[in-house]
Structures are given as structure tokens and as C-alpha cells.
Design a protein around this ligand. Structure first.
Ligand code: GAL
Length: 430
């Protein structure tokens, strides 16, 4: 039963009235109270899987808020890179959407929160008792100076390798646990005329994500975390080793990756149709494969990206409330649904993510997601850089630009120098 219906039912019981007092919910007529009017929310979930997840969340919202007209101001592309630019302009112009999707961590805090453009949502966390059912470490990265600024709807894992099971079986391959195994499998595939790894490069995001997981594999979770806090040197030998591996991994991507950028959905599609054997990306790929009717563990397989089995590279999608929105009442209703058990258990099984709440109904989650729920509890959690958890967007832009130069010249010392300089420009390294 939804919260509104529950309140309605208990009001009926307490007042000793008949069903007619809540006729709106029993006849299907819209209720006379509650939020109404247009509610404009902003999201970049347009790919298969993520769009189905959003639809499921919207259905829960509509069920509870039938008088609200949802306006989905979506922007396609690049793991949100296109949307973030449009959002920044709207925030700058004082035309915020009523709520928007943003990654937990620095992407939210270092931008609109420090610029004083967001409402604190601490009161909502108290009213909904969310602090009791969401991991403290996650709430911590949503917070600034003691206030909480966003409602997390999920947790994604970025360090995953997805592979086509039939292609692997046809070539007698096992999923690679190390880069050495990855290169060996890649050589077999290449000889057979199959692209070993589909690489999405739209918006520059995948270069950075691939770099991120290679750094994680070479440095391990603790030193990887230190890259984003200044505790780990960018000029040391482990980073040189990571960049050397990174350069070699790129050789296993589709040959046109640098000149013909493809979206992440296309990369996933190539794995599904067997043009490519693997792709390395977060588990929204799981939602994508399932939306095509594929069965996890039967049609597609997964393993942590090589060398990162002990780590959980975390990102979290959240919704937040800008100051001065047109329909605050509807926005708050949306945020309540985004943080609710019903909302999260509708959204996440389709999205390919696990809920941000710890009280999920496990039976609704498939074999991959159940394993991910367990991994989240046991692995070393590290923040994703490219997906906003570890560092400010301005730093991501710097690294994306440094990588764009490297893709052209392949100069490892130059890239390492640029990355070290990026950390200084970001104000984190000396
Ligand atoms: C990520 C986002 C995910 C997923 C992906 C591809 O940045 O957090 O939810 O949708 O981009 O769009």
C-alpha cells in the first residue's frame, strides 16, 4: 500500500467513517489534495534499461501523485556529459528544473551546493528516517557543512567487464581476471576477427572510466583513493605502470574508436550482437542487456574489470532540489518517492543498480544484482572519479582533455605529466 493510501486508510479507521471518505483512492478519481500542476525533472536516462528504470520510478510517483503532470526534460548522451552542460546553463540563468539527476559526491557538492543554489534536504531525511536505512558513507558524500543535499536512488558499480557468453564459449575463453589474461584472450579474439573490447568514447567519458579502472587495478584501492585526495603521487612508478597498461588496453578496442565515437549503448549493443566480445563499463550495461530480453549469466556474463576484484568502484545517482523552483511541493513528493523502498525496488531491478537503501526486497533482484548487494557489503569501496564521486567536474574536464591529447600522440610521460598538473590545477596536489 502506498503511503498516501495508508494514511487514508488509517484516517478512515480512526474517524470510524465509511469508505466514501477516501473515495478518491478507491474509485480511481484524482484526490482533491496533494501536489498538482507541471513538475519538470531533468535526467539523462535515455538508454535502454536506464529509461525503463526511470519509467518504473515514474509509475510509482504517478500512482501516489495523480494530479501532477510530469515533464521529463531529458538530455541524451555521454553518461550525462551533454545533460550536465544544459543543466549548468539553466542554473546559471536562474531557470532550474524542479528537480534534477546528479551524481553523489563532488559533482553535486563542489558545484551547486557551494554556490548556494540548492536546498538542504536534511529535514526530509529526518521525516522519512532515511539515515536509518542508507549507508552512512553514502550520506556523508551527499553532505556539506552538516546538511544533506540529495536523495540517492541507487548505487552503481563502475569496475565491471561485460562479455558475450557465446563468443567466449566459441573461442574457449574464460573471463579475464588480470590484464595479462585480458591481452591473451584479446589476441585470440583478434585473430578470429572479433573486436575484443567495444569502447564508448562519446563525451570522452569512457576514456576516463577505462583509465580509472586501470589505475585502480595497478594501485589497489587505498592508493587509488589517494589519487583524488593528494595522498598518492601522480608522478610515481605505479601510475607509470598503469598508463603503460592503459595504452596497451586501447589496442584491443575497435580500431575506429578515436575517429568514430560511439555511445555506451552502441558499445553494449556490439557485445550483445557479438561484433565485440567485451566492454568495460558500469552496471547500467546490465540494465541494457536485460531490456533486450537477455538473461544474466546465460546470454551475457560479467566479472570485475581485470585486477579490481577486491574493489567496488562506487557511483550513486541522486535527485536534488534547487532553490527557487516552480513546483516545490511536487519536487518534494518526487524526492520522497526516489528515496522510498517502493520507488527504489521498482527502479533498480530494471536499471541494473542496487538500491541506496539497505532494506531492499532482495527477491526482486536478479542473480547479478544479488551478487552486487553482497559485494557492496564486503569489498573495498572506492569512489568513481569520472562519475562524480571522487572529484569536481572541473577536474574531470581537465583529465578528459589530457586523455584526448594522449589518444592522438600516445606519449606516456606527457600524459603522466599532464595528469600530475591536472591534480595541481584542481587544487588537490601541491
Ligand atoms: C552514469 C549514470 C548511470 C548510467 C550511465 C549511462 O553516469 O550514473 O546511471 O545511466 O551514466 O548513462
Amino acid at each position: 500500500m502506498t503511503k498516501r493510501r495508508l494514511m487514508c486508510a488509517s484516517a478512515v479507521l480512526m474517524a470510524g467513517m465509511g469508505v466514501g471518505a477516501c473515495a478518491s483512492t478507491t474509485t480511481g478519481d484524482p484526490p482533491a489534495t496533494g501536489p498538482s500542476g507541471n513538475f519538470e525533472f531533468f535526467s539523462f536516462w535515455t538508454g535502454s534499461g536506464e529509461a525503463e528504470g526511470l519509467d518504473a520510478l515514474v509509475r510509482v510517483f504517478k500512482d501516489e501523485n495523480p494530479n501532477v503532470i510530469l515533464v521529463n526534460a531529458t538530455v541524451v548522451g555521454g553518461g550525462g556529459s551533454a545533460a550536465r552542460e544544459v543543466l549548468a546553463q539553466r542554473m546559471e540563468d536562474g531557470q532550474p528544473p524542479d528537480s534534477f539527476q546528479i551524481h553523489a559526491g563532488h559533482e553535486l557538492i563542489d558545484t551547486y551546493v557551494v554556490a548556494d543554489k540548492m536546498e538542504s534536504l536534511s529535514f526530509l531525511f529526518e521525516e522519512e528516517n532515511w539515515s536509518a536505512v542508507m549507508p552512512p558513507a553514502l550520506i556523508d558524500i551527499l553532505s556539506h557543512e552538516g546538511d544533506i543535499y540529495a536523495v540517492p536512488v541507487n548505487i552503481h558499480r563502475a569496475n565491471m567487464l561485460w562479455y558475450n557468453k557465446s563468443v567466449f564459449a566459441a573461442h574457449n575463453l574464460q573471463p579475464p581476471t588480470t590484464w595479462t589474461e585480458f591481452f591473451a584472450a584479446g589476441d585470440v579474439l583478434r585473430t578470429a576477427g572479433v573486436t575484443p573490447m567495444a569502447l564508448f568514447v562519446y563525451g570522452g567519458v569512457e576514456y576516463v572510466q577505462l583509465l580509472e579502472v586501470v589505475l585502480l587495478s595497478e594501485l589497489g584501492p587505498q592508493a587509488y583513493r589517494g589519487l583524488w585526495t593528494g595522498a598518492t603521487s601522480w608522478t610515481g612508478a605505479p601510475v607509470t605502470a598503469a598508463l603503460t597498461t592503459f595504452k596497451r588496453v586501447l589496442e584491443y578496442a575497435q580500431p575506429t574508436y578515436a575517429s568514430l565515437p560511439i555511445a555506451w549503448e552502441v558499445a553494449a549493443q556490439q557485445v550483445d550482437d557479438g561484433t565485440a566480445a567485451m566492454t568495460i563499463m558500469g552496471d547500467w550495461a546490465e540494465g541494457f542487456f536485460k531490456s533486450l530480453g537477455r538473461e544474466p549469466g546465460v546470454d551475457f556474463g560479467w566479472i570485475e574489470s581485470p585486477g579490481t576484484g577486491e574493489s567496488f568502484d562506487l557511483l550513486s545517482d541522486t535527485f536534488a532540489l534547487p532553490k527557487g523552483v516552480s513546483n516545490r511541493e511536487a519536487a518534494l513528493a518526487w524526492l520522497r518517492v526516489a528515496g522510498s523502498k517502493a520507488g527504489q525496488d521498482a527502479f533498480n531491478p530494471k536499471k541494473g543498480s542496487i538500491p541506496a537503501r539497505t532494506d531492499a526486497d532482495r527477491s526482486l533482484y536478479d542473480v547479478y544484482l544479488q551478487a552486487t548487494l553482497d559485494d557492496f557489503a564486503t569489498k573495498a569501496i572506492v569512489p568513481s572519479f569520472v562519475h562524480g564521486a571522487a572529484a569536481a567536474p572541473s577536474w574531470i574536464t581537465l583529465v578528459t582533455t589530457s586523455l584526448a591529447a594522449f589518444i592522438v600522440d600516445g606519449d606516456i610521460p606527457a600524459l603522466q605529466g599532464a595528469l600530475a598538473a591536472n591534480c595541481v590545477t584542481a587544487g588537490v596536489c601541491q
